[in-house]
Design a protein. Sequence first.
Length: 591
Amino acid sequence: MDDFDFEPVAVAPEAPAARLWKIRFKPRAELYAKGNEAGLLLREVGRLGEMTVEVDRTALPDLSDLDSEAAYLTWTISLIANCEESAIRDVFDFVEDECELEISEAASEAASKAADGAPASAAVAAPEFDVMALIGKAQEALRQEEQPPAPRQSAQRQAAPPAIQAAPPPFPADAPAGGEPAIGATIRVDLDRVDRLIDLVGELVITEAMLYQRSIEAGLTRASAVGIALEELERLTHEIQDGVMAIRAQPVRSVFQRMPRLVRQVAAQTGKQVRLLTEGEGTEVDKTVIERLADPLTHMIRNAIDHGLESSEQRLAAGKPAEGTVRLHALHRSGRIVIEVADDGGGINRARVRDKAIQNGLIAADAQLSDEETDNLIFLPGFSTADAISDISGRGVGMDVVRRSVQALGGRIVIASKPGLGSTFTLSLPLTLAVLDGMVVTAAGHTLIIPLGAILETLQPRAASMHALGRDLKLIFMRGSYVPLADVGAVLGFRSQPLQNDGVAVLVEGEGGERSVLLVDAILGQRQVVIKSLEANYRAVPGIAGATVMGDGRVALILDVDVMVNRANCAIGETPMPDAPAPERTLAEVS
């Protein structure tokens, strides 16, 4: 031992060691039924570190007994990565209820894995190592040298490099300095805690509005010390609110990743060649919205392939490529998330849609419908143009489900179709279900909120533009056409006599594109409000979508624009001629 003089080897002891994770992943049939794909999940796990995968095929039956919709395979994954268990579970976040998932850490195996191919470096890097074994290896290396023994210092420098150079770097070359792992630090928080935090922030917003209202009532100006402090409080409150909402925001990628498998499955069933293009997968939206997007998008993709795209022979005859294209695009627009599902098929066959609607007794044979109204017939319950019932079409469950799901999220769906060129279904949804941008109005002394996304314009009505229809119904002439008018105070029962020519007219549009004018007493302004469920705290009220608390402490009701618009349009359509006055209808009867 006197012949060797070893200097301390520079090692980064603070660098975290790689950890070995054992993951057992067994999908259930529900996972595939919702359009998820095991291969995509395994690929996301592989991005966390070095991965080896073993598949268990023992449950796979003979081909004659194979069920195409069942799940037989189980994957066992060995992952060496500098990450926490929460990072692995995040990969399976949206499918954890549709699979068996077991994650465990094997620390001892991680050390042996990390030491493979570099035993000397592992010995040096470890807190406890065999000094005699290291010296023996150094002596063996020196004996293999044919040149005469080198000086003492030279022997030392020749012995050290082999043990160090054989060691792979503990982190990738692009890892940040200081031994920090390249993966962003994350924590796993129970969703109920996040919901509670959002509720508390909502209460903070309401309290801030109350303080501002009290300062106005006390005669304090914005320039006063209290006014300046309230402005700062308002700014900080909105920043906190935006930050908390961002916690629940997640990209729509988790939903979009389910669609390739669905497209392949439906294409195989229909015998069509289909290519799926996705854009805007990183567009973020509230987690609750994402969870409820899967079913509408699944229906729309199936409908686009089965009804929208033609067969390869028909496409070639029309001068199109044999392969049809379905495009799924997500983007932010005007504070909302917009998702477009487009195809380059033949478009909506309006003549066939009209004939089917007449056969089913949905419209009269002599009904005069515009192209837009004809397209919207496909949203009627039970409507289908399929000739025969199959796994895809003709089951009575279709686009009406999509429309109800979108409306339940506070959104709308619009169709744009051109014969021979294809159709585009556009979903417009709020970014979050907790906050609403609204117009504050009054009706018969009550404060109401009209969702800002449904408002097209406001105006002061003139007596010459308003026309009576029947006993209580009115129309207003706008932009060259007549639009039904509804007095909000009278519809909700706040007053017995409707307004005459006073008030403010608010032109709104429903989900189906129908328009109506809501007559209110006055407009107080625009503000962002925290939505509270009226049904959960009281009961469902026709025409009311929810409630909120205003700055003065009073409860303001949020109007359900769709019910108001449908009520006005249905009442107009069912009104007899003026010489036979129509009976009064309540909101509950027409909704």
